[in-house]
Design a protein around this ligand. Structure first.
Ligand SMILES: [Zn+2]
Length: 236
């Protein structure tokens, strides 16, 4: 390996994955200039990794950030401008972290919290419904687009609910706590029931498909279940 190749290797190797390259290691051990270059680059990477650790960036964004950093390093041409590179990278990480924090979905910590939120929303009343039962098919498509998750009608018959049938009246998009959700209104005789449909991303913990949670608050029953990747919270 010659110096030019070594420099190229240093600039293009992945930051988050330890680089193993015997040829590069041999060259570094025998070339003081490249050994220095490697140390500088290593210091830059340490700084970057520290910045990552201090920010709340999810793994999925990691690769995106790394790609941008590699691009930035290549365009800067040489790690000798490392102070400039570091400032630019730290700025980039800070912006990414801030953006992620602002757009981070609200997450419920447990199902008690969710059932309380569902009951208090139910007690506020349904308000005017945007969609009625006969336009529900197109409404589900519209709601899915707006909410960015697949809104599917709940399978109430599988929930072993008490009493006669529950009839869908209509629905709309609304907020539950800090989550944007699909809200469906059902009627069972004179009783109005609410079903809130949340994206699974709004739970800050794992919940298996098919699992259920029952609760009673202020004389109202709540039933929460997960089905086909969505979380349903029903108040009846
Ligand atoms: Zn060299």
């Amino acid at each position: 390996m010659i110096c030019k190749e070594f420099e190229n290797w240093v600039l293009t190797k992945k930051i988050t994955v330890p680089a193993v390259n015997p040829a590069a290691r041999d060259h570094k051990d025998n070339c003081p200039a490249c050994s220095k270059l490697y140390d500088v680059d290593h210091a830059v990477e340490e700084t970057i990794c520290d910045a990552f650790r201090q920010t709340d960036i999810p793994d999925s964004l990691y690769e995106q950030v790394e790609t941008s950093i590699n691009h930035l390093e290549k365009n800067t041409g040489s790690v000798l401008n490392y102070k400039m590179v570091i400032s630019a990278i730290l700025f980039f990480i800070a912006i990414t972290a801030a953006f992620y924090t602002l757009n981070k979905p609200f997450r419920y910590n447990n199902l008690h919290q969710l059932s309380e939120s569902a009951v208090s929303r139910h007690l506020q009343g349904s308000g005017e419904l945007e969609f009625t039962a006969d336009t529900m098919d197109s409404a589900l498509i519209k709601m899915s687009k707006t909410l960015n998750f697949n809104v599917i009608l709940p399978d109430l018959s599988a929930q072993h609910l008490p009493g006669p049938d529950y009839t869908l009246q209509g629905g709309r998009i609304c907020t539950l706590g800090k989550c944007k959700i699909a809200y469906l209104v059902y009627r069972q005789q004179e009783k109005i029931c609410s079903v809130f449909i949340l994206d699974y991303d709004n739970l800050g913990f794992k919940m298996a498909d098919g699992s259920k949670f029952n609760n009673e608050i202020k004389g109202l029953h709540t039933l929460i279940w997960k089905d086909r990747g969505q979380v349903y919270a029903m108040v009846y």
